[in-house]
Write a protein that binds this ligand. Structure first.
Ligand code: GLU
Length: 400
């Protein structure tokens, strides 16, 4: 708040949250780090220098302390492809790397170079780096999620800079994060970061007239599909996935700054502008006023929905207006062959209302949908669950 003069405006909030940030997830895209000949060492050196400066700058939060960074770096596949092209071996030079297995192999080839390049870039600043490769499955099981969290905490306590990428080599489609934007948003939750910075090859988020938007006040209300030209396929990268990731972070009260990563000193300039109260480059995605519980974030985004339920108007009203659970009687259709405990999309009239964990398998739900409690008991016996999705396991307005 600004000295009791009422609510702060978005610029004041931006300046405050950037200066106070104690743990920042910085995501860098392949298009920022690589050129036609693979990894661009000068670019990595420049970004490493800027991140070193940000770490050295004490965070302005009340409890003070050193600012910490978790880096999410793409570029393994692009680096691997460049290594193939540069090799003197004809079959390797002409290899088709567009298929899944070839991209995974290219990632395996490039990940080592990517880490080596980052190591070399951070070495002049005496910052040790640690490679962390994750698949979505690693974060799906609560125990593994907590293990990963402990590892990050330890690395950060040692003042080591974790550099994270998807473990492309072993990730199969349903275990993939889809893209590193999604991975970065899950890491914001996992590490308890208070700021996310997405360095991209674009100047920021563009509005319909092609102008960079200085800020997005309510990313939940933004029609992402329209803004991003109908490109709604998660996993294809692009601004859609950056905004989807930013929306997730916003839901747990964490802002995202989308910056043109190839502009010289852009990170340093953004922090300097925030300190001086000047306009920042890129686009600021404001955090939501009311944060959702972390547990709901985890259940909603740990995995891709395995199916969907269509619900009737009465049930939709009960969920949206009264915060109720979803009962069997409100379900009028379903898709997918999911197990009990699966994550489902909740749809009404073709619109996604949210996601939640199902108490029933698809087979059982088919038998009881549309039925009242006593009718369900007659089919499944007395030990059934009263609700299909309990309200505690339901996230309305999910960014999926
Ligand atoms: N993990 C991929 C790579 O390192 C990139 C995925 C992404 O950029 O979203 O090449």
């Amino acid at each position: 708040m600004n000295g009791g003069e009422g609510r702060e405006n978005w610029q004041e909030q931006q300046a405050r949250l950037i200066q106070q940030a104690r743990l920042v997830v910085v995501k860098v895209g392949s298009a920022v780090l690589t050129g036609p000949h693979g990894l661009e060492e000068e670019m990595l050196a420049s970004l490493a220098g800027q991140m070193a400066a940000l770490r050295a700058m004490p965070s302005g939060s009340l409890s003070g302390g050193q600012r910490r960074i978790v880096l999410v770096s793409s570029g393994a596949v692009a680096a691997g492809r460049a290594i193939l092209r540069a090799s003197g071996h004809a079959a390797r030079q002409t290899a088709d790397t567009s298929g899944l297995a070839a991209r995974q192999a290219a990632a395996a080839l490039g990940q080592g170079s990517l880490m080596q390049a980052w190591d070399a870039a951070f070495a002049p600043h005496a910052i040790p780096t640690a490679q962390v490769l994750l698949t979505r499955d690693d974060l799906r099981a609560r125990q593994r999620f907590l293990n990963a969290r402990n590892t990050f905490a330890e690395l950060l306590d040692w003042d080591v800079l974790p550099i994270v990428n998807e473990n492309d080599t072993v990730a199969v489609n349903e275990l993939k994060f889809g893209d590193n934007d999604c991975l970065a948003s899950l890491l914001v939750n996992l590490t308890g970061a208070d700021l996310c910075i997405n360095l991209t090859s674009a100047p920021g988020v563009l509005d319909a007239s092609g102008q960079v938007m200085s800020h997005v006040p309510n990313v939940g209300a933004l029609d992402l599909a329209r803004l991003c030209g109908g490109k709604t396929l998660v996993g294809t990268g692009g601004m859609y996935s950056k905004l989807l990731a930013a929306r997730r972070a916003a839901q747990i009260g964490v802002p995202t700054l989308i910056l043109p990563g190839r502009q010289p000193d852009v990170l340093a300039r953004a922090f300097a502008a925030a300190a001086a109260g000047e306009a920042l480059p890129g686009t600021w995605i404001c955090p939501a006023g009311h944060a959702i519980p972390r547990r709901k974030f985890w259940l909603a985004y740990q995995s891709e929905p395995a199916g969907s339920v269509q619900i009737d108007a009465g049930a939709a009203r009960a969920l949206l207006e009264r915060g109720s659970s979803l009962l069997p009687g409100g379900v009028c259709g379903l898709e997918g062959s999911f197990q009990k405990g699966a994550l489902l999309r909740v749809l009404h009239d073709g619109q996604g209302l949210g996601v939640g964990l199902s108490n029933y398998s698809a087979a059982d739900l088919k038998k009881i949908m549309g039925l009242k409690r006593h009718e369900v008991a007659a089919i499944l016996g007395d030990a059934h669950y009263p609700d299909v999705i309990h309200r505690d396991n339901l996230l309305l307005d999910a960014a999926v």
